[in-house]
Design a protein around this ligand. Sequence first.
Ligand code: HEM
Length: 163
Amino acid sequence: MPPTLNLNLNTKAKTGLTVFIVLAVLLIAALSIYVDLRHRARNRSAATATATTSTPPTSNKTFKAIDLLAFNGTDPAKPIYIGYEGKVYDVTAGKDFYATGGDYHWLAGKDATDALHLFGGDIIKNKYPPVGTIIPDPSGQTNTAQVPESLTLLLQQQGAPAK
Ligand code: HEM
């Protein structure tokens, strides 16, 4: 006779097994609900974090034009600021352009409104976060970026570069 599995369990054992299976299923269900809720919570906090970081930081900092000089890209420990149309932009992320030795270091730490009206104003507005506003200086000191002669010549010969 071939061997067969003897499943002739008595009633007590059957009840025990059923209870065990039901409890196991309940446990697995509870665990998956818990894991699902944890994921949702994590996704929610990640979404909130993204929303917070993607919103441009609003700042009520005020600067006289001359105050910007302290943020002209010569000190790597400080942020780099440019004034444009009454606002102050943090251009530190573009330090290759604006720190010492950069092509546009001459714009850094200045009110560069006039120069940026010739070229680049939209880039500044769209690429960098505003961090404050420029207020009038009762002492009348100005701090305006002067377009270098080499660029003035290029602009005269070639016009503004294509955007
Ligand atoms: C008044 C003169 C000029 C001003 C104020 C100016 C300003 C700027 C600014 C603010 C940027 C953006 C840099 C950044 O992404 O943060 C830029 C980029 C650029 N400018 Fe000028 N610019 C001037 C003249 C010129 C001239 C005459 C040329 C060439 C003929 C030129 C070629 C470029 C190029 C190629 C870029 C893109 C650089 C890159 O993304 O790698 N610019 N400029």
